[in-house]
Write a protein that binds this ligand. Structure first.
Ligand code: AMP
Ligand code: ZN
Length: 496
């Protein structure tokens, strides 16, 4: 598998520090409000990437923090007249609800910055001891960017360029800063702000120090992958490298993965433009599966444009997939085969074994052998695309092709083995993208028992030649968004 490494600006073969183990850290949100759909992009992309690594057999230690202390949190808490920790814990809970709504698996660890202050003080002390940091007259601790010779290696800028960019920017309270690119590791408390004791002053850590302490602590050493949105390359990630590498004298992260931005109607998302959507807003209109299908419909390094029209189109695509799966489930049900709707294959080993077994399956008809060959080709395309810098856009295309072949070939004469095989392949490919079809659509919580009962009642009415009542029931179901189709095997229903 190849991934694009922002550090080298090349696609590189993925090789882990420890065999078959992945240490992965993704910068999480600052929790001062509901998360917006821009924040959802790294969450969905890297959750899918993690699922794929797990499927490939890697043991993935996936760490993603919550930034629970920051100016924005303190300001908002003051506005609301509550403490910063109360505000942060409220929005961590809300964020977790959104993550669940988007089928995001909980991280192995979700560290909180405020619980890791001791580690941050320790790191800052080491940087001072080694001459990479200095203390101002008020107890502010600064990182000395001139001391780290590789400063700028991630953002591919040299110190002169970076400094000229900063020339006119003077930040009040940072008077002792020696160079414009130097950054704050520890800052003194202001009136009414939360603070911690330190050797330098009562205060709190800078944001760049937080991730750089939590990541190696919970990943247990240097990282295989450090990920986040592209806005974090500079200064956040550049500054993390600058703190870790002089202290530990090893490379901080092997691969840096950065997702491009999500824009709205081709404009930058911003509160002032009024084109700002929270995940909660979007999930009130669309389900998490649709949002995932949409987010992954563009490769993660390309800009993604959000609009409700595009979401509608993802919804239609999802429905096409769901109808194909429902059709397989219905056909199996008519053959008295009970299937687990949630079933998917958990690893590539089992997956490959299944495909080999099915290719030689004696129950397959001639047309099924041909159809299955095509499905295998598209499955290979799906994995090849994911192996090429996680191109989920083309992987989705492969799924649509499989759906097309399934629709052409699934009918009442299909063999149980063919139906089960196609179902497992589709479910598995969808599972890796975090799409769970057993989860019902938003706004149409379907009561399957009620539908089956109404269908039975309609059949009774038809038997009794009470066609008025039968039509009435069909109409009622249609109003509920359920369409009936009378087939030789019985009545089939689908959502419209
Ligand atoms: P923040 O809460 O601003 O620290 O952001 C949390 C994560 O969301 C970071 O990885 C950001 O890079 C990412 N992010 C924020 N806004 C966007 C956006 N519009 N598009 C894509 N990613 C974003
Ligand atoms: Zn971070």
């Amino acid at each position: 598998m190849k991934i694009f490494n922002s550090l080298t600006r090349k696609k590189e073969e993925f090789e882990t520090i420890e065999p078959m183990k992945v240490r992965m850290y993704v910068c999480g949100p600052t929790v001062y409000d509901f998360i917006h759909i821009g924040n959802a992009r790294p969450m969905i992309v890297f959750d899918s990437f993690r699922r794929y690594l797990t499927f490939l057999g890697y043991d993935v230690n996936y760490v993603s923090n919550f930034t629970d202390i920051d100016d924005k949190i303190i300001n908002r808490a003051n506005e609301l007249g509550i403490s910063a920790s109360e505000l942060a814990s409220r929005y961590i809970d809300e964020c977790k609800k959104d993550m669940q709504g988007m089928n995001i698996l909980p991280a192995t660890t979700h560290p909180l910055a405020t619980k890791e202050i001791d580690g941050m003080i320790e790191l800052i002390s080491k940087l001072i001891d080694k001459g990479f940091a200095y203390v101002g007259h008020d107890g502010t601790v600064y990182y000395d960017t001139t001391k780290f010779k590789e400063y700028g290696k991630l953002s591919h800028k040299n110190l002169d360029d970076l400094q000229s960019g900063f020339r006119d920017i003077k930040v009040t309270g940072e008077e002792d800063k020696k160079t414009s690119t130097d950054f704050v590791l520890w800052k003194p408390k202001k009136e009414g702000e939360p603070y911690w004791k330190s050797p330098w002053c009562d205060g709190r850590p800078g944001w760049h120090t937080e991730c750089c302490v939590m990541a190696p602590k919970y990943c247990k050493g240097a990282l295989d992958i450090h990920a986040g949105g592209e806005d974090l390359i500079f200064p956040h990630h550049e500054n993390e490298i600058a703190q870790y590498e002089p202290v530990y004298e090893e490379k901080y992260a092997r691969y840096w993965m950065h997702n491009a931005f999500l824009n709205i109607n081709n404009q930058k998302m911003s509160k002032s433009l009024g084109n700002f959507f929270t995940v909660r807003d979007v999930l009130s209109k669309f389900d998490g599966n649709t949002l995932r299908l949409f987010m992954l419909s563009t490769q993660y390094r390309a800009m993604l444009n959000f609009s409700f029209e595009l979401m509608e189109s993802s919804k239609a695509s999802l429905l096409r997939i769901k109808n194909a799966v429902d059709n397989i489930l219905f056909t199996l049900k008519n053959k008295n085969v009970n299937v687990d709707k949630k079933a998917y294959l958990e690893s590539i080993d089992i997956f490959d074994e299944l495909v080999v077994d099915l290719k030689t399956c004696e129950e397959f008809s001639k047309s099924e052998i041909e159809a299955f060959d095509k499905i295998c080709e598209y499955t290979k395309m799906y994995f090849d695309k994911l192996d090429d810098d996680f191109n989920t856009a083309d992987a989705e295309t492969a799924i649509y092709e499989i759906v097309r072949v399934a629709n052409q070939n699934v009918n009442e004469n299909s063999s149980i083995e063919f139906l089960n095989g196609v179902l497992l392949i589709l479910n598995t490919l969808l599972y890796i993208l975090g799409i769970d079809l057993s989860k019902e659509d938003k706004g149409s919580e379907i009561d399957e028992k009620l539908i089956e009962d109404m269908i039975a009642e309609r059949s009774e009415a038809k038997k009794a030649k009470d066609f008025g009542n039968a039509d009435e029931i069909r109409k009622k179901l249609l109003d509920m968004g359920i369409e009936l189709e009378d087939t030789r095997q019985g009545v089939k229903w689908k959502k419209i």
